[in-house]
Design a protein around this ligand. Structure first.
Ligand code: PGA
Length: 253
């Protein structure tokens, strides 16, 4: 399997989780990891920044290879940016990954492709792997612009120097996030094939870049989605909050 991308199942907790309940879920997940032989895949949780320290400590205590990531980072390393967190700070806190350009950040904070590209650059410079999110809105899909939108987002958001070790692409149709709706497997296959082809012109080792599908992934549909060609893992929101559900997705590959 050395010539195929190593699967990555990533959980995005978004703005959810308080210390006590989160610790219970993380310990539950770590216990499941300890009892399984899953060395052929990577398991990542991206909690709110307030819980990164707890997660890093918990994985250390249980000696499990749970990866931890941030949900966003600033474009700069440090400075007068009240409320923001830099990639270097995430690295310092024990993170290996950071999500950039999630559609909720693009919508809530007006982040454009150029901002996302600079965030990804900052992440890579800090030694993190950037998970760059792209995806079309419902209107864009209905008007047949999906592939064109994905091309534009990739060309605008992938920084120079991106490679399979420092960059992951997550395809998340905006209309599928948190809605319970998912594209057909044919649509996912088409989008992922298009992404693979497009990054061929942007990233040197494009065949080895992990391409994640995200948007209403749950235990019931994970196996089907993860079996699609060019889908190398999943970015899971709601279903990553409960260890049992997340585990069902992790083991659906
Ligand atoms: P969802 O979110 O799984 O809750 O749809 C996915 C995401 O936004 O990453």
């Amino acid at each position: 399997m050395a010539n195929t991308p190593r699967p990555l199942i990533a959980g995005n907790w978004k703005m959810n989780g308080l210390r006590h309940g989160a610790r219970i879920q993380v310990d539950d997940l770590l216990e499941r990891m300890a009892g399984a032989d899953l060395q052929d895949r990577d398991i990542l949780l991206c909690p709110p920044a307030t819980l990164i320290d707890m997660m890093v400590a918990a994985r250390h205590v249980r000696a499990q290879p749970l990866l931890v990531g941030g949900q966003d980072c600033h474009t700069e390393r440090s400075g007068a940016h009240t409320g923001d967190i830099s990639a270097e700070m995430l690295k310092d806190a024990g993170c290996e990954y950071v999500i950039v350009g999630h559609s909720e950040r693009r919508a809530d904070h007006g982040e454009d492709n150029d901002t996302v590209r600079r965030k990804a650059r900052a992440a890579i410079d800090a030694g993190l792997t950037a998970i760059i999110c792209i995806g079309e809105t419902e209107n864009q899909r209905q008007s047949g612009e999906t592939l064109q939108v994905l091309t534009g987002q990739l060309e605008g958001s992938v920084p120079e120097g991106a490679d399979a070790a420092n960059t992951v692409i997550a395809y998340e149709p905006v209309w599928a996030i948190g809605t319970g709706l998912t594209p057909t497997v044919e649509d996912v296959a088409e989008a992922h094939a298009h992404i693979r082809e497009t990054i061929g012109g942007l990233i040197a080792d494009a065949p080895m870049v992990r391409l994640l599908y995200g948007g209403s992934v749950k235990p019931a549909n994970a196996a089907e989605l993860l079996a699609v060609e060019n889908v190398d893992g999943a970015l899971v929101g709601g279903a990553s909050l409960k260890a049992a559900d997340f585990w069902a997705i992790v083991t659906a590959i």
